[in-house]
Design a protein. Sequence first.
Length: 174
Amino acid sequence: MRYSNIIFILCSVLFVQCSNAQKQTDMNNNSKNNPYYSRTDSKKLNVSNDEWKKVLPENVYYVAREEGTERAFTGEYVNVKDDGTYHCAVCGNALFDSETKFKSGTGWPSFYKPLKEGSVAIKVDRSHGMVREEVECARCGSHLGHVFDDGPQPTGKRYCMNSAVLELVTEKDK
């Protein structure tokens, strides 16, 4: 292997590590600077996008409020296998248990069912010339991803989520 190829690979690895570190910093700052964030309050939020834009990191706002999608295989939680609960990075609402996470091969964290009934909401998404089911946080209405009918049993569902709008809370984090 040529020296320039090695340098390129090392720089790529460092870039990904720095990006993930920045995402984690953004998440930590998000919950500290966001007055609407709570892991215990389940009251439905009605907050304007102008207000969300003031308190959310840019990458979180893009996915959550502009219904964006992060690039496949770039999200922080794609390959994470840690035990815990996945919360909405926007409002703190508990969304998915790590026990329901599975490797879908799609490039996004995937779960076969929400944590409990009412933790997420489903709406029809007709964007990009398709008809899909969009998944939103039931507390704050933020876009999380989409749900498909090609997941494992017992549900047959694949909740395909964006890492940018998730926060994994483990036992040591509590």
